[in-house]
Design a protein. Structure first.
Length: 422
């Protein structure tokens, strides 16, 4: 009991100290100002979780700054949320139902889930039929004042997003989305599409090359964009994997089996020189921060890319689930406390892969039975991330483009083992 209480107290004190430091250094107008938040009562409950245990956190508090005054809706093919340890939460975006415009806002909105405060923060509410933009000299969408404002910048999120900690930027690979036509017909004008011309995949003069990454700049509290002069990286339609590699201070892109590192200072993609690997299309991915292996799982394949040697390793072995799903049907998290990979599918079991032993363990259907009274279970989606400091896996359960019965769950696999004295 004393060990559990010490864990709770340590987590609370650390989060309070981080909250005070962040609040002193952020602009009050910034939607992420003051993060990490002062920990709410749910933090102590999460810290006290036993092994192989779930906690229903309920829906997070709505953001009350925008006219919508709502929470983030669920969205298809968006299982991986990008965790930002310094902010104590995770970013969330991606189109839901094709062309959906709930509450009058197109679903190119951008959100942040504040784990400490258990609340949603709307960073960008999404475009509306009143949105008016233009193209800049690089043919990127900007406001009339010239500030970056990408529209319909992702189709689904897939694994196209990550958080670059050293520059404090949420990073996305642009994937032109065709479902804006009915929602934002006025877009055709600033894209230079002639009146009566076909919309959707027709993006006119828009620079739709995927090698130019999109960012949400945490310090500035606004969109940002890099223009990449040299060819390289993901050039065309991107539905691959993007993962930030801390020791390199670069982001790894896996695109149709090719691998590239993004140099934030040089604004350039550099080839890893690795042999061609799995396509990465619609694969879930996670990073082991200690070995800096990036794990990819989809369908019947399970592989790792070693960023220190730039080599691929096929990990398929006995006990592997027959179908590892995709970004619309499963989650893949690296649990740093136990040094294992957690795989979970909606309404399915929690399955653990131990990289050291190269073994799988099916924990069974441990997911709590929470009825969906107002939402079709067929469209139940899971989005989530692993919170290293709390040693908990967070899952947001919500319907595609919906809010009915949406709730947050926290899961702990095992308690962290005490570190040996030096």
């Amino acid at each position: 009991m004393r060990s559990a209480r010490n864990t709770i107290v340590s987590a609370l004190l650390l989060l309070q100290a981080l909250s005070a430091g962040a609040a002193a250094g952020e602009n009050a107008a910034n939607p992420l100002a003051g993060l990490p938040s002062r920990p709410g009562p749910q933090v102590a409950k999460i810290a006290a979780l036993g092994e192989d245990s779930w906690l229903n956190l309920g829906q997070a508090t709505a953001d009350n700054r925008f006219p919508r005054k709502t929470v983030a809706r669920g969205r298809a093919w968006a299982s991986q949320m990008a965790y930002a340890a310094d902010l104590d939460g995770a970013f969330f975006c991606g189109t839901g139902s094709h062309g959906a415009v709930p509450d009058g806002y197109y679903m190119d909105d951008l959100w942040f889930y504040d784990a400490g405060g258990h609340r949603w923060i709307c960073l960008y509410p999404g475009a509306t039929k009143d949105t008016q933009l233009k193209l800049d000299e690089n043919n990127f969408e900007v406001t009339i004042e010239g500030k970056h404002n990408p529209v319909s910048y992702l189709s689904h999120a897939y694994c196209n997003t990550t958080y670059a900690a050293h520059v404090r930027k949420y990073m996305m690979i642009h994937r032109p989305c065709p479902w804006w036509a009915k929602a934002l017909p006025q877009r055709a004008k600033w894209l230079g599409i002639p009146e009566g011309g076909k919309l959707g995949y027709n993006t006119g003069k828009l620079n739709k090359n995927c090698r130019h990454p999109i960012f949400w700049d945490v310090a500035a509290g606004s969109w940002d964009r890099d223009f990449v002069k040299e060819a390289g990286g993901p050039e065309k339609s991107f539905c691959g994997v993007l993962e930030y590699i801390p020791s390199r201070k670069q982001a790894l892109s896996i695109y149709h089996g090719t691998t590239w590192y993004y140099d934030f200072d040089a604004k350039k993609w550099n080839s890893t020189g690795a042999k061609k690997g799995p396509s990465g299309y619609d694969a879930n991915a996670c990073l082991d921060p200690e070995t800096e292996h990036v794990y990819l799982a989809k369908g019947d394949y399970f592989q790792a890319f070693d960023t220190r040697t730039n080599t691929w390793h096929d990990l398929k072995t006995e006990g592997q689930p027959a179908n590892l799903g995709c970004t619309n049907g499963a989650s893949l998290h690296f649990d740093t406390a136990s040094r294992v990979i957690l795989w979970h599918a909606p309404k399915g079991p929690v399955v653990i892969y131990d990289p050291a032993k190269k073994t799988w363990a099916d924990l069974g259907k441990t997911e709590p039975k929470i009825p969906w009274k107002r939402c079709n279970p067929k469209y139940m989606l899971w989005h989530g991330f692993y919170h290293a400091r709390l040693n908990a896996h967070f899952f947001y359960r919500a319907g595609d483009s919906g809010l009915n019965d949406a709730t947050w769950l926290a899961y702990r696999y095992k308690r962290a083992k005490p570190k040996a004295a030096k």
